[in-house]
Design a protein around this ligand. Structure first.
Ligand code: PEP
Length: 251
C-alpha cells in the first residue's frame, strides 16, 4: 500500500444509531472526494448502515474500533473479522490507548490481532503513544519503539507494507492539549527511521503515519503540513460533520 493522506474519525462509544446515521449522511454529502481517504470508525452496531450510506462515496472507508483475534467461537460480546468483513469493513483500529488501558490489551495480544486482521485481508490502523510521565522522563521514543517492535516487527516486509500507524500521545487524547507540530513531526520521523532500520527506506517512506490527539480544524493544516505526518486519527472533532470535513480538507 502506498503512502496516503488520511483523515480517520474514531467515534468511540458516542452517537446512538440515528445520530450516527445522520453524521454519516452529513459526511457523505459534504466531504468532497480528493486523493485523501476518509475513514469512519463507528460503533459496531452502526457499521452496516453507515456502510450503506457511504457506498457511493469512494473516498470514505469503514473501520471497526477493535476486533477479536480468533475466527469464531465462545467469546461472548466479541466481534470477529469475518463479521466485520461481511458488512463492508476495510480497516480496523488496533491498540488504541483506551483499549490498552481499560481492556488491558498488551503488545503481545496486539501482535495477534495485527496478524488476524492481515490474514482477513483488512488494514490495521495500529495505535501507539506514550503517557505524560513517559514524555516528561524523555523516554517516549524508546517506549513507542518498543510498542512497534513487539506488535509489528515480526511482520514480513510485504505485510508491514499494509499497516497504517497512528501515533497518539496519550496526554493529547481528548484533553484539548495537542502535540505541537514539531513534537508530532519529531516522533513521526523517529517512527519512520525505526521502520527504515528494521526493513528499508522504501518501506518507511511508503508507510502512512497519522497523528492523533486533539486534532481540530484550527490545527489540522499545520499538523498535516509536517513532512512525516500523513493525516490524523480524530476523536472528538470527528463527531461533527462540519469539523471533520474541515479536517479532511486540511491536506
Ligand atoms: C482518539 O480517540 O484517537 C483521539 C485522538 O481523540 P481526540 O481527537 O478527541 O483527542
Amino acid at each position: 500500500m502506498s503512502r496516503k493522506n488520511i483523515a480517520a474519525g474514531n467515534w468511540k462509544m458516542n452517537k446512538n444509531y440515528e445520530e450516527g446515521l445522520e453524521l454519516a449522511r452529513g459526511l457523505a454529502a459534504k466531504s468532497v472526494g480528493s486523493n485523501a481517504l476518509m475513514i469512519l470508525a463507528t460503533p459496531f452496531i452502526h457499521l452496516k448502515a453507515v456502510g450503506d450510506i457511504i457506498k457511493d462515496a469512494s473516498h470514505i472507508h469503514l473501520a471497526a474500533q477493535n476486533c477479536h483475534q480468533n475466527a469464531s467461537g465462545a467469546y461472548t460480546g466479541e466481534t470477529s473479522l469475518d463479521m466485520l468483513k461481511s458488512v463492508g469493513v476495510s480497516h480496523v483500529i488496533l491498540g488504541h490507548s483506551e483499549r490498552r488501558e481499560y481492556f488491558h490489551e498488551s503488545n503481545e495480544l496486539l501482535a495477534e490481532k495485527v496478524n488476524a486482521v492481515l490474514e482477513a485481508g483488512l488494514t490495521p490502523i495500529f495505535c501507539c503513544g506514550e503517557r505524560l510521565d513517559i514524555r516528561e522522563a524523555d523516554t517516549h521514543v524508546a517506549y513507542v519503539a518498543n510498542q512497534i517492535k513487539e506488535s509489528l516487527f515480526h511482520l514480513s516486509e510485504a505485510d508491514f507494507g499494509k499497516i497504517i500507524i497512528a501515533y497518539e500521545p496519550i496526554w493529547a487524547i481528548g484533553t484539548g492539549v495537542t502535540a505541537s507540530p514539531k513534537q508530532a513531526q519529531d516522533m513521526h520521523r523517529e517512527i519512520r527511521q525505526m521502520i527504515a532500520g528494521k526493513y528499508n527506506a522504501a518501506t518507511a517512506d511508503n508507510c502512512s503515519i497519522l497523528y492523533g490527539g486533539s486534532v481540530k480544524p484550527a490545527n489540522a493544516v499545520e499538523l498535516f503540513g509536517q513532512p512525516d505526518v500523513d493525516g490524523g486519527l480524530v476523536g472528538g472533532a470527528s463527531l461533527k460533520a462540519d469539523d471533520f470535513c474541515a479536517i479532511y480538507e486540511a491536506f
